[in-house]
Design a protein around this ligand. Sequence first.
Ligand SMILES: Nc1nc2c(ncn2[C@@H]2O[C@H](COP(=O)(O)OP(=O)(O)OP(=O)(O)O)[C@@H](O)[C@H]2O)c(=O)[nH]1
Ligand SMILES: [Mg+2]
Ligand SMILES: [Zn+2]
Length: 371
Amino acid sequence: MDEPSTGLGTRLPPGWDDHWSGVWSSEQRSPLRPALVTRIDKGGITVSESRGEERLVIAAKGARRVVVGDMVALDADAGRIEEILPRRTVFERRSPGVARDQVQISSRPLASNMDTVLVLQPLERGVNLARLARELVLSWESGATPVVVLTKTDLVTAEDRESQRAAAQSFAPDTEVLCVSTRSEAGLAELESKIDTESVIALMGTSGAGKSSLVNTLAGRPVQLTADVRETDRKGRHTTTAGQIVELRDGSLLIDTPGIRGVGLWAADEGFEKAFSDLSPFAQSCRFDDCTHTNEPGCGVLRAVESGGLARERLDVFHALAAELDELEEGIEVLDRHRRRERNQRSRRRVQSRDSGGHSDDDGSSDSNED
Ligand SMILES: Nc1nc2c(ncn2[C@@H]2O[C@H](COP(=O)(O)OP(=O)(O)OP(=O)(O)O)[C@@H](O)[C@H]2O)c(=O)[nH]1
Ligand SMILES: [Mg+2]
Ligand SMILES: [Zn+2]
């Protein structure tokens, strides 16, 4: 079937849908071709212009920050990515570590265009509700829809499973909670029915949650997840695989990027609101608009806790994550001030060096894409 709106014919990248057709036809991109970024590692950037086909390409200057999951416009003859199409969802992580003598906090894209995030928690260890809340904030903030997957149901009693499911559900408002076992295959059909064949999914979950087992099952073959490579690489080699896309047996695509699993909170306003939407009806009756639900008089949320309408533990997790986000925002403000100061100093230096006849380089704010 030909697509008259885009004139691209039938050879289209995996994951291509009406959304991308619309984006593509909104601007004249011919003679460029669309492609999906399926892998990034030290060997280069791999893209797919059509299911089953892959090739190594390079990126033009404006497309250097390409991530796995990006839909791009490719100069097919030159083998060069010219443009990253606007991301519909994106995982960002704050760049960790210390640069020079300053704490550096900035965001960096990790993976893009996921539709669904499977948030895995192992039943046999007991659902970690605080962790679940955090992972849901991150999922919502990316723009994708989370689905909570409680794993290894074969290791717990039905009673245990149901009470944990209920607890998880109470920490996952507006979110589906499923129980699965890759061992007994319970719940797998239901999970697969939630995933569209053309959709892109990502996984989150602590070590041992069952991510590899689930991916192997959904892919129908053994898959080497990216983190597994790192773990077994004991020869001191620095593996720089940033991620890959794995095709699952139903045709959907799985983004496998180790960074997503260890991602920290990053300025998550909307994600935070969505992950705690169960508190908003109570908060609506708070006396003060800027109530923090800590000790304010007339607080509707505290009233709900007292009357048993809201679990104390739920509010505690809310406060812990809110405090973390506040701290992060303060850090960003400090950094902004620092950056402004640095920039001013730099332009002063530049003026000085021009005065003394020396050459000046440009801003050089290189956003490197490596760890
Ligand atoms: N009984 C049972 N064991 C499971 C199930 N799923 C996974 N396991 C076991 O749980 C352990 C951890 O599973 P993995 O799939 O390796 O977990 P992971 O999330 O990939 O862990 P990392 O790679 O460390 O991040 C393994 O020993 C699996 O065999 C299940 O449904 N039932
Ligand atoms: Mg694993
Ligand atoms: Zn309040």
